[in-house]
Each structure stands twice: as C-alpha cells, then as structure tokens.
Design a protein around this ligand. Structure first.
Ligand code: GCB
Length: 615
C-alpha cells in the first residue's frame, strides 16, 4: 500500500489553501498608475484612434500645472483640457467578470473612453469615482483607455473661486478593480458599498451594525450568504455573523442590513490609543465566495456641548490642530501616499489631535493615516467663497457631499462634515460675470446640504466655516449647521489680535446653545523676514509667532471653544496671490518644503503634554 509522504501532505495543504473559498482573494485591485501618454491640449484627439506617439510619458499621480505656477513671475496658468492614453496589456474575460476603473481623484471634470467609446464621466475634483468598463472591453489583450480631464473654470463646478491653486490632471491614484459578476456595490458614489456603525457603545459592550448593497449582474436571481468576521486590533477573531439574502438578477442592487453583532469589552478608539477593528465581509453562493472586502473601523463615542466643548468616550478633549492643503513644491497636488502620510505625522508630532481638511475631501491615504495615528477630522466639500444660482451647481454640490460622506463614512477619525466655507451669497453668472446675488438661494442650498448630511449620517455633526461678516448673522445662515467654525484673522486682516477672544465671547453670550470652534486663525510669515518690532502684514517670523501666542492663549482659556485649527499647517500654493511670494499663501507653520518656522515650536510647546515653553 502506498503511504503518503510528508512532501505530499505539504503539497496538499498548499493546494487546499489556494483553492479553499474561505481564504482565496476574489476581488483584485491593481494600480494602473504607470506609463501613460499625456498631452495638454484643448482640441479633442481622435477618440477611437488617437495619435499619441509624440505625447509625453507620465506616471500618475500627475498634474499639468506644477510648472506653470512655479516658473513664471506672471499670473495665470493653464486651465483647460489634458488627455491621458494607455494600452492595457492584460487579458480580460468580461463574460465572467466585472472590471472597474477607480479614480481617487481627477481635477475637475473627467470623461473616460474605453476602445473609443465613452464609458463614464465625473464632475468634481476632490472625490473618488468608479466606472464599470466591463461592456466596453475586448476579450484578450487589445484594450485602450483615453481619459480627458478638464480644469477649465466652470460656474457649475465648485469651487468657483478660492485662495488655492486648482491643479488639473489625474492627480491621485488610479486602480483597475476586478470582481465577479456579483459584488458589493462599489458604484455607490465611489464608496466600498459597505457602511459600518456602532449604534451602542459602552465599556462592556459595543454593537456593530453593517449596511450596504449587493449588485448582481448575472441574469439569474439567487440566494447568497453574507459572512462577517470581526477581528480585534491585535488580530484575534472576536465575532462572526452569517446571514442570507435573495438577490434578483439582471444588474440589480439589493440592499442589506446586519445588526445583531456584539463585541464585548471593546477597545475604544482615541488619539492616544487609536485602536482599529477589522471587518472581513464576503458574499458566497452555494459553493464559493464570490466577493470579499475588508474595512477597518473604530469604536468610540463623541459629543459636543455649547459650554464645555468636545467629549470623546465621555471625557473632555480640546480639539487642537491645523488646516491642511494637499500640495508640495513642484508637484502641485500630485503627491504620493507617503507624502500625504508624512504631513499628518508632522501635525501629530507637534502635539495636534485635530485636522480640518480644508477646503475639500482629501486623499484616502490621509483618512487612513488619521485613523491609524489618531487625529480627529473635520472634512468638507469644496464650496468656498461663492456659489452659483444654477441648478447644475446645486446638484453638483449635493452629489459632492454625498460622495464625501459615503466614501469616508467608515473612518473613526471623522467627527464633522462641513459643506460651506465663507460663502458670500449665490451669484447669477452671465458669461462668467457675476450679475446679481441672492441670499435666499444661498440659504436654500445650505439647508438642503444640511439635510443631506444629517440624513446620510445622523451620528456626526455638521459644520460651516464663517467669518465675522454681519450679513451671516442677519440672514440666519449661521443657525443652519450644528457647529459654527469661525475663520478669524484679528490682527492680520483687521482689528488687533487681543480682540479675537472678545468677539467669540460676544457670540457665545448672544447664542446660548451654539457650538463654537475656531476653524481658522493665522498670519503670514516668510523665514527670510525678521524684526524686533513686528508689525501687521510684515510677514516676519517674530510677528507670526507673537500673534499666534496670543491666539493660542485666548483659545485655550475658553472652555466653550470646542477646538481650533490654525491656518495653515504648511505654506501652500495659491495662484492668485502675489505677496510676499508669487503664487504662495505663507500662513503655514512650516514653509512649503516642510521646514519648521519658529511658530511651529510654539505650537509644540503649547500642545504637547510636557510643554517646554509655557505660554
Ligand atoms: C480664509 C479662507 C482661506 C484663506 C485664508 C487666508 O478665511 O477660508 O481659504 O486661504 O482665509 O489666508 O486669507
């Protein structure tokens, strides 16, 4: 009789591991960042057969404005169309699989063509989008992608104007996702199609609720099993749940909701201990797993109080940190994930526990890192300075808010959804010129956005950033969000910095019950400028430090101010600025190359647990 050798047993185990449905990787996500042909041009090339031989070769993330902004002394930079072309050297089997392009961001309007046919489009430069390209693909290896990206000023696409540069291009990562014909509905506003909540949390127990939807592109209806496994922060399986669902065929979406999952003695997420649980979720038919995904989530509770500020897991915590734009010298917005992550580390090392992602949703790497290292987040849609009266503008603003919330819903770091920054009433545009302004339209849009945010996510708070413009108060727009974030520049643009606290005290007294934060406070400086008698607007390192010292003191001694974020963590590119450096806003605690200014050490002293300089 034949005996089985050790080698054969080993081979058998390997084979079982590879083919066992419970551990096979069903869905794949591959980067297609490298080797694109690119051309900046207004004229549309032949879509089905573009001649790209003399186009530049670029890798993504990519922007076409990096050089425009830095090289010249002139204002104005290219806002127009850019075309990206790539052949996909890979075998496709569209008869048994679905294929998607997942763009993490393209600024600001994109059209996607596959083999000469339009497969989809996306409006807005700061959220992700997913396009199903299955039906446009050829079997085999002959497939071509052409992407048109357009950053032309467009009165229907926020932001209409702002103090930062609108770098054009596919400036975030691009992936090809491959799934089976039945999958979690990743077309749901570019999200993962799975949303995790913790409706009940205390020190003994947390209940987890999961909702989402399944897309079935098979002709047949069928019964499917959803399996959820939750792993603790140290990787131990803590709970498991199995449920079944009937999914209709023929490209239909079936929602699901699972709510009977409990975790005992949960480890709570906080900036000091950012514990992350992991949900592994899969869909199976009778024989096999057909789709799988994982989501990291945190368990925590939080609330705001109008007089005593912010509470995390029942304990008071002053939210202190910075705003951050997404750019880097000579790279525009086309940063690597490592660059995004290292900016957050700089904030954390400074002693910050809070970041406002002004003025738009930022790269997924930022949110993942905020969860991982423990930073609380205010994220917002790019409605800055002005909105337009057009229906399309309003619709786009609403979709952007839904995209942001659905795409970033599972991040425990996020506590506030913002949707407007210092809006000066809706404008009617004719030929790009403002012809009139309407308060009512602005209020209407704000109310709709507030309603969307509260419906999409009743657990988080809503925020709006305002400055001390009297019309805000007169119109009542400041009563719409749950949190008013003040952008205050006393001592820089107006008044004196000592009056900043007085202004906030008046507001606090006048509106009992309102939650106040300082969403922006700041001043400019350039490391080359010094003075022993600093003055307003002189951009000296000493002036910057003196003002921030006073601001910090006034913020820290007022318990009703739930939190504050300095403007800005890092100097950033702003096409419209001239002083003291062309195309730069110099209000960073660091220069654009991430060199600390003196004021950064002041923040570190004020915010770290063991201050080395008392303010
Ligand atoms: C603000 C704006 C921000 C500007 C900043 C400044 O209030 O919200 O976008 O960059 O002031 O530096 O003037």
């Amino acid at each position: 009789m034949n005996t089985i050798s050790l080698k054969q047993i080993f081979l058998l185990v390997i084979l079982v591991c590879i083919y066992h449905p419970a551990i096979s990787q069903i869905r794949s996500k591959t980067s297609i960042n490298s080797l694109w042909r690119f051309q900046k041009q207004q004229a549309i090339p032949s879509i089905s057969n573009p001649n790209t031989s003399d186009w530049e070769i670029v890798n993504l993330p990519h922007t076409w404005n990096d050089k425009d902004v830095l090289d010249d002394g002139n204002r104005g930079y290219y806002r127009g169309k850019g075309f990206y072309f790539k052949k996909l050297h890979k075998s496709f089997t569209p008869q048994i699989k679905n294929y998607f392009l997942h763009f993490e961001g393209a600024n600001q309007y994109a059209e996607v063509y596959v083999n000469g046919q339009k497969a989809g489009e996306h409006i807005g430069g700061y959220s992700a989008f997913t396009i199903d390209i299955t039906s446009y693909l050829n079997k085999g290896k002959q497939n071509e992608l052409l992407v048109m990206v357009d950053n032309t000023h467009n009165v229907n696409i926020p932001p209409l104007s702002a103090d930062f540069t609108f770098f054009g291009g596919i400036y975030r990562d691009l992936f090809l996702i491959e799934t089976s014909k039945i999958h979690f509905n990743i077309l749901d506003h570019g999200s993962k199609g799975i949303f995790v909540d913790t409706p009940l949390v205390n020190s003994q127990k947390a209940s987890v609720a999961i909702k989402g939807s399944i897309r079935n592109t098979l002709k047949k209806q069928g019964e499917y099993t959803i399996q959820c496994k939750i792993y603790s922060p140290d990787g131990i399986l803590v709970t498991k749940n199995i449920s079944t669902l009937e999914c209709k065929g023929g490209d239909t979406i079936t929602p699901f909701r699972i709510s009977d999952i409990n975790i005992t003695n949960p480890l709570l997420w906080s900036p000091d201990s950012p514990h992350l649980y992991k949900l592994e979720i899969s869909i199976s038919n009778k024989e096999n797993i057909v789709d799988d995904e994982y989501i990291k989530f945190g368990i925590r509770t939080f609330s705001f109080d109008a007089d005593s500020g912010f509470f995390l897991n029942g304990k008071p915590l002053k939210l202190m940190g910075a705003n951050r734009h997404q750019d880097y010298p000579s790279m525009g917005n086309a940063l690597s994930d490592d660059q995004h992550r290292s900016d957050l580390k700089l904030l954390k090392d400074m002693g910050g526990n809070f970041i406002r992602l002004a003025h738009y949703p930022q790269d997924p790497a930022i949110l993942e890192e905020a969860d991982r290292i423990g930073l609380l987040v205010w994220e917002e849609t790019p409605l800055v300075n002005e909105v337009s009266l057009s229906k399309d503008h309003n619709k786009n603003s609403e979709v952007m808010l839904k995209e942001m919330i659905r795409q970033h819903y599972n991040h425990p770091s996020i506590i506030i959804w913002g949707y407007m920054n210092e809006i000066y009433w809706a404008h009617r545009f004719i030929d790009e010129k403002i012809v009139d302004r309407h308060t009512e339209a602005t209020l209407g849009l704000a109310r709709r956005l507030e309603n969307i945010a509260r419906t999409e996510d009743p657990k988080r708070y809503t925020g709006m950033a305002l400055h001390r413009y009297p019309l805000y108060e007169e119109s009542g727009i400041d009563k719409i969000p749950q949190i008013v974030g003040w952008n205050l520049y006393h001592g820089w643009y107006y008044d004196t910095y000592g009056d900043f606290g007085k202004y906030l005290d008046q507001q606090h007294e006048k509106y009992p019950g309102r939650i106040h934060m300082v969403s922006e406070f700041g001043a400019g400086s350039d490391p080359r400028f010094h003075s022993i008698k600093p003055e307003r607007f002189d951009f000296t390192i000493e002036g910057h430090k003196r003002m921030m010292e006073s601001y910090l003191k006034q913020i820290l001694e007022r318990p009703y101010i739930a939190g504050a974020s300095v403007w800005n963590l890092i100097d950033f590119s702003s096409e419209r600025r001239i002083d003291p450096n062309p195309h730069m806003n110099n209000k960073g605690l660091m220069s654009a190359d991430r060199t600390p200014k003196d004021v950064l050490f002041l923040f570190q002293a004020a915010l770290s647990k063991t201050p080395y300089l008392k303010i």
